[in-house]
Design a protein around this ligand. Structure first.
Ligand code: GAL
Length: 334
């Protein structure tokens, strides 16, 4: 009887769990759905890894204009759990030094929210583009929270060091120094702003790529070298992604060189992720495929990229699987 019971138990276990379960794959070009079955809305996004959990924030374009900021979490970069709206229209207002008021959802909107963790204060900090509907305000804003899932409070809004600022990103270096990078001076230059120790304000500014009209910057450190991807300024229309590298963030950036095809495989950069696996370090390009066909149907596109001394192998990969533990990835046919 005991043997029969054991066999029945083993059979039940085997049928419940397929032995050769395939690893979930990232398939590019499709709309993503969260674990509750709702479309994922996290455009112009940003990622932060805490332990084995990846958090993603981005613009919720389901209402097209005036996006709220959504947060999702995932353990495999494929299944995304909705953690909530962490910044919402109608809930944040800022009184500028001249007494005028910027109100999210009324005369200000958020684009490209970027998430940082400040070791020194133990706070989560979000820098973003804080803009008027005609893009004339050209401001940034910074929010903070003690918990990654919020609630986030608006700390400051305005032009960093008085400089007009639009498309933006952040970068944290190995020593914890953090930077805000944005398109400045009416889209002419890229501004590299050093953040204060608490990441809540800017304390220095350097102009990069002067007169080159770059936006959607994304910076990564590979060994002791920094690489930056950026696009030209053509609104929602994709254009050539360019690469530059330097051994110092504030100077020495190489000429901009073309990578990938002429329209960055119909994307615009938003992030570069570093997956530190036990066997390999893998870099993932994350771009927005805007207006596909509508703004609310814009897709998030992710594919592995590789850096060498001064270049980047930037080739679209329609479908791949990634082992986040080892860092190894492989293309998938189906
Ligand atoms: C792009 C920018 C987006 C958004 C868009 C509006 O150039 O990268 O973040 O601002 O323009 O047209």
């Amino acid at each position: 009887m005991k043997i029969v019971k054991t066999i029945l138990f083993l059979l039940a276990t085997l049928t419940a769990a397929p032995i050769h379960a395939t690893r979930p794959a990232i398939e590019n070009g499709l709309l993503w759905y969260d674990t509750e079955g709702n479309p994922v809305q996290a455009h112009g996004g940003s990622f932060l890894q805490i332990g084995d959990t990846w958090y993603m924030i981005g613009e919720d374009r389901s209402g097209l204009w005036n996006p709220d900021v959504n947060m999702y979490s995932s353990k495999n970069l494929v299944d995304w759990k909705f953690e909530g709206k962490i910044i919402e229209n109608g809930k944040h207002r800022y009184v500028y030094p001249d007494g005028s008021v910027g109100e999210l959802g009324r005369n200000r909107m958020i684009e490209r929210p970027k998430l940082l963790y400040c070791e020194k204060t133990g706070q989560y900090v979000i820098w973003c583009h804080w803009e008027a509907s005609n893009y004339g305000a050209s401001e940034a804003a910074v929010f903070y929270s003690d918990n990654i899932t919020g609630p986030y409070k608006l700390h400051w809004a305005g032009r960093p060091l008085g400089i007009k600022s639009r498309d933006c990103n952040v970068f944290t270096d190995h020593d914890g120094t953090a930077w805000f990078i944005s398109t400045t001076n009416e889209n002419m230059d890229l501004g590299l702003f050093k953040l204060s120790d608490d990441y809540l304000s800017v304390v220095g500014h350097t102009s990069l790529f002067v007169g080159k009209r770059r936006e959607a910057p994304a910076v990564i450190r590979v060994g002791d070298r920094y690489f930056m991807l950026s696009s030209a300024c053509t609104g929602w229309n994709p254009n050539q992604c360019k690469l530059s590298w330097s051994d110092l963030l504030t100077s020495g950036w190489s000429e901009l060189t073309d990578i990938g095809d002429a329209i960055a495989f119909d994307t615009q950069a938003t992030s570069i992720l570093t997956v530190h696996g036990s066997k390999e370090t893998t870099y993932l390009y994350v771009g927005d495929r805007w207006m596909d066909p509508g703004l609310h149907e814009s897709k998030t596109i992710i594919f592995p990229i590789e850096f060498d001394e001064t270049g980047c192998n930037f080739e679209f990969i329609p479908k791949f699987e990634l082992n986040l533990r080892t860092g190894k990835w492989k293309t998938r046919k189906k």
